[in-house]
Design a protein around this ligand. Structure first.
Ligand code: SF4
Length: 339
């Protein structure tokens, strides 16, 4: 499953679901959007396994995306949810900070977990490189390429020259086998201490919110409509809480995600435009407006549907540009046969 295909799904509401398996991470990167670290919270496996067991071939997302914290701190859980998802035809991907790669290693438990996936993504940027050397990450990726059908790298950097160097090195090492999604550091999580911008989807203003496309099962099993955990976890306004994985299944979560008028409008127009349309206060910040929204007058489903279709019809590289990839946007389509 190529990175470009994942991006296409990412632009379709409820085409996927994110599972944050843990807040724990052996690394403590300075820009971590979830403030993860060695002491991060971790809960039982049951809600995740139960939730994935509610998928059926008829009612299921297309993709399970496993994140954290560091999802590969729970390699058996990664393998189990991927296997259960596959029983209903759901594919799986995971994003790792590559903590295990020091010395270029891929430990046996990690190999088993990665081998259960359809796509594996590695984070690589200056902050991660302070924790695990780039050469070690590339050596480990060489092994991972033999275990999983498709691999990509996520590069989070505002320094174009740095991104050029990393993409060049990936190209020399792997040819067209490892596409990359480039993004910029956003003022969220730990990065708030050194990034000044107000966090929100690129473009701000009336931009659709890409973070609201897929439900997120958070570390404690709460299902949020917003994958920007730091905001949704803290404020929990009604339109951003969809249920709990210990009691709700995919059919209910999907129905709530697709049926909530405020959420649909946030996805289509962004929160500030939504607030204007429903006569609610518009705050200075994008997400700050979103968390003050309350259910109110409906925004026309027809209009939000038209915007959703427009976004979903974009090329993966255009979608990457919306996420801040700039002149490196085409790197998401490297080696993709679906153009
Ligand atoms: S606008 Fe709302 S849904 Fe989107 S990232 Fe911000 S808080 Fe989350």
């Amino acid at each position: 499953m190529h990175l470009a295909e994942i991006l296409r799904l990412r632009a379709r509401p409820a085409a996927g679901v994110l599972l944050a398996l843990t807040e724990r991470c052996p690394l403590s990167c300075a820009h971590c959007s979830t403030r993860s670290g060695p002491d991060g919270a971790q809960f039982g496996e049951e809600p995740f396994l139960r939730f994935v067991s509610t998928f059926t071939p008829q009612e299921r997302p297309d993709l399970l995306f496993l994140s954290g914290g560091e999802p590969l701190l729970r390699p058996a859980l990664v393998a189990d949810v991927a296997a259960r998802g596959r029983e209903s035809g759901v594919r799986s991907a995971a994003l790792s900070g590559m903590f295990f790669a020091r010395g270029g290693r891929v430990p046996p438990a990690v190999r088993r977990a990665v081998g259960a996936l359809d796509h594996f993504s590695a984070s690589l940027d200056v902050h991660h490189e302070r924790e695990v050397a780039r050469a070690d990450v590339l050596a480990a990726l060489g092994t991972v390429l033999d275990l999983v059908p498709s691999v990509s790298v996520h590069v989070t950097s505002d320094d174009d020259a740095y991104v050029d160097r990393v993409l060049g090195e990936l190209r020399r090492a792997f040819g067209e086998r490892v596409p990359a999604l480039v993004g910029r550091v956003r003022a969220t999580g730990r990065a708030r201490s050194f990034v000044r911008e107000r966090a929100g989807p690129p473009g701000g203003g009336a931009e659709p919110c890409g973070f609201a496309m897929w439900p997120l099962v958070d570390i404690d099993g709460t299902v949020l409509a917003c994958s920007r955990q730091s905001m949704a976890r803290r404020h929990r306004p009604p339109h951003l809480v969809l249920g709990h994985a210990a009691r709700d299944g995919w059919p209910e979560i999907r129905r709530r995600s697709m049926g909530d008028g405020v959420l649909r409008a946030v996805r289509a127009f962004g929160p500030q435009e939504t607030a204007r349309r429903v006569g609610a206060p518009v705050c200075a910040g994008y997400c700050e407006t979103c968390v003050t929204l309350r259910r109110g007058p409906e925004v026309s489903p027809g209009m939000s549907l038209a915007v959703e279709r427009m976004v979903a019809a974009q090329r993966p590289a255009d979608l990457a540009r919306r996420w801040g990839a700039g002149r490196h946007a085409d790197a998401v389509e490297l080696g993709w046969s679906g153009r």
